[in-house]
Design a protein around this ligand. Structure first.
Ligand SMILES: [Zn+2]
Length: 422
């Protein structure tokens, strides 16, 4: 079904999937690794090169390219009404140290494919259309992740971002200036009518269900905890079983409880113990102290809360029975993000107009869109990646799926252009 808005506003335009794939392969050479991945850490020489490539590509399509005080790049294609704020698309061109060719890149180059399609057709939109390349989405060199979209959305102050240092002690602000991308316009002083982000799923669901498009309704809520269990180190041969205070045994029971609680709140809940330190970690000593982390996630904050309450009750019972002292701290609480219903509807309409197989999906990972949702109507579009593999040089996606995602991005943007600020 094609909405009347799309029929009126360039509904027959599609992206050039071949050119999009060629862009992915061409930019993959900047920081390309022997294993077929990309090492393009933020604010490095490789990042500078890909930014220059991005600016030249957008300029050749008639766009004006600027960057703000956090180095975020904006490529603007003018609309009929210069007084309207832009409808934006975006993602990131930085990668993990052993990153793939698609994470973030599909969103920026997919947006470029949209600009190219509009340029080739001569289609005039009402709003300016803008493509954003966010600085430091990955957070690998400068933690935390999504730093510059976070400043844009007011989550972090610019000063705290500029003062972040990498492991060599280099300041973010100095690295930004060194590659020539500390712009004059203050980050965040930039009105946005809507924001759409195309991204690979980074999970296995779309591929397993043979869906081309994930209509993303939000980002799940997550909480992190740090737990220290203190028992008593004792001799493994001489301490009778009833007289032990075995911290690792209690930890094992708690790990089981994390899984039980997640399964009990299924199918959308996940719970993980991914880091554990056992002390003294000696084969003939009953472990006296264990430190571990817990990661709980669910699309609904109320369920995350219920999981925490359920888990705390189980943990207290386990440590009481085992005679173990417990110290448990919640160290991070990231509430669930619910994307804009009208933007989601634009993506759904666009997907249906192409007849692509699709399903609704909640993002399990964080994205720049999660912060943009705080300041503008926002949503995301997912396409499948092989085996759900990401943050890996073997990350892989199909050209047809990437082009389909860019087509949905194009029509969703045109739908928003017809719908917003009537
Ligand atoms: Zn990404």
């Amino acid at each position: 079904m094609i909405s009347s808005g799309i029929l009126q506003a360039g509904g027959n335009i599609t992206v050039d999937g071949t050119a999009l794939w060629a862009d992915i392969l061409e930019t993959a050479r900047i920081g390309g690794t022997p294993k077929g991945g990309i090492r393009r850490l933020t604010l490095t020489e490789e990042d500078r090169q890909v930014r220059a490539w991005f600016a030249a590509a957008c300029t050749s399509l008639g766009c004006t390219v600027t960057h703000d005080s956090m180095g975020n790049q904006f490529a603007r294609r003018p609309g009929r009404d210069a007084g309207l704020p832009p409808i934006t698309m975006g993602s990131h061109l930085d990668t993990q140290p052993t990153g793939g060719k698609f994470d973030g890149i599909v969103g920026v180059l997919g947006g470029l494919a949209v600009l190219r399609a509009l340029h080739a057709s001569g289609h005039e939109t009402r709003h300016p259309i803008e493509l954003i390349n966010w600085t430091n989405e990955e957070g690998s060199r400068f933690a935390p992740a999504m730093l510059a979209s976070g400043v844009f959305a007011g989550v972090f102050t610019e000063q705290e971002a500029l003062d972040k240092t990498d492991r060599d002690g280099i300041r973010f602000g100095d690295a930004l200036a060194a590659i020539g991308y500390r712009g004059a316009p203050p980050c965040g002083q930039h009105p946005v009518a809507a924001y759409f982000e195309l991204h690979i799923e980074q999970g296995p669901i779309l591929e397993a269900e043979e869906k081309t498009i994930g209509i993303v309704t939000g980002v799940q809520g997550m909480r992190w905890y740090e737990v220290t269990l203190t028992g008593r180190d004792s001799h493994a041969g001489t301490t009778p079983m009833p007289m032990r205070a075995d911290a690792l045994l209690a930890a094992a029971r708690i790990i089981e409880a994390v899984s039980t609680v997640a399964l009990a709140h299924g199918p959308d809940a996940v719970g993980t113990v991914g880091l554990l330190e056992n002390r003294p970690n000696s084969r003939n000593v009953v472990p006296g102290e264990v430190f571990f982390t817990i990661d709980l996630r669910h699309p609904d904050d109320a369920v995350v809360m219920a999981m925490e309450t359920d888990l705390r009750g189980r943990i207290e019972q386990i440590v009481t029975d085992a005679g173990i002292a417990l110290a448990m701290e919640r160290v991070w609480d990231s509430p669930a993000v619910h994307f804009d219903p009208a933007c989601i509807a634009s993506v759904r309409t666009a997907t249906e107009s192409f007849g692509y197989p699709a399903r609704d999906i909640v993002s399990g990972a964080g994205h720049d869109a999660a912060y943009m949702a705080r300041v503008a109507p926002t949503t995301m579009i997912f396409v499948p990646c092989a085996g759900g593999l990401s943050h890996n040089e073997a990350e892989s996606a199909e050209p047809g799926d990437v082009a389909a995602g860019a087509n949905v991005l194009l029509r969703a943007v045109l739908d928003a252009d017809a719908r917003l600020n009537p």
